[in-house]
Design a protein around this ligand. Sequence first.
Ligand code: HMG
Ligand code: MG
Length: 314
Amino acid sequence: MSARELGLPERLTRHDDLPPEVTIWEVGPRDGLQNEADTVPVDVKLEFLDRLANAGLTTLEATSFVHPKWVPQLADAEELLSRLDRRAGVRYPVLVPNARGLDRAVDAGIVDVAVFASATESFARRNLNSTYGDQFAMFEPVVARARDEGMAVRGYLSMCFGDPWEGVVDPDRVVAAGRRLLDAGCWQLSLGDTVGVATPGQVDRLVDAFAAAGVGVDALAVHFHDTYGQALSNTLAALRRGVSTVDSSAGGLGGCPYAESATGNLATEDLVWMLDGLGVQHGADLDALVITSTWMAEQLGRPSPSRVVSALAG
Ligand code: HMG
Ligand code: MG
């Protein structure tokens, strides 16, 4: 008999230290597909987005308006968005690094964008061809203009815990960088563990450091990659601190082409299994997600790294 037929996971009454509801910020179509060796055909991406919306997810990070030579896997952003059936009640944020990216997002009729900074010098240079300081000069006018256009702008911050070139990242440095994005006008800051090295104690410490600087959990989201198997533990630590937006990718796809040691994001299915057990609402249909990720794994020609997908699909 399957785990689901046996009524698993057992759904406990939510403990008071957890948020009643979590927003799942699904990054599979963007973070999940930006690192594929072979570019995924646009028809497959469209079906992926459709299936994710059918599975009840309401925030689907669709693609990026970055330089097509830097991320050829997402060079089809215009075609994808022109053909996408944008559902009522679903948000389709996209990444924009600079003024040119924002122009492209405006032309595509996008209302949710995200800029993405680095807490470290090394990754700013590699990912953005910029210094740590200059990245803010690039983003600040983009955020201001996007807001003038009526867009909501999220701020990502990468390398919030450890960096493959610089080692452990000082929380004060992360808070200073995060404040720059929030002060520029980002409504939310997503704290990225780009290479998946963080552990839960670091998550507690960083959320505390933001609180000490006057940034509450309402302004924070978490974005864990699962390289060292810590993503779900780190997520639970963040939930216990009151963070209620969690980035994840269906099937655990993901990685960053400019940080080779990055592997997939926290799998949406693994997150949903845990939230179900904890009695935290999320609005997603786990069975539909597992079917979607099994289908996507067939398209990509390799099994999903998600433990929950492999357990339930088997
Ligand atoms: P650059 O080469 O320094 O750009 O790249 P530039 O400003 O010097 O411009 C050079 C040419 O590119 C110009 O064309 C521009 O128009 C064009 P020319 O005048 O020579 O013909 N150009 C563009 N074309 C289309 N769209 C654009 C664009 N920008 C310039 N947006 C740049 C600088 C920032 C553009 C580049 O470094 C870039 O695209 N980087 C993006 C890298 C990326 O996407 N990384 C993955 C996403 S971040 C991530 O995954 C982390 C995250 O998941 C959180 C976490 O896990 O930590 C978010
Ligand atoms: Mg990422």
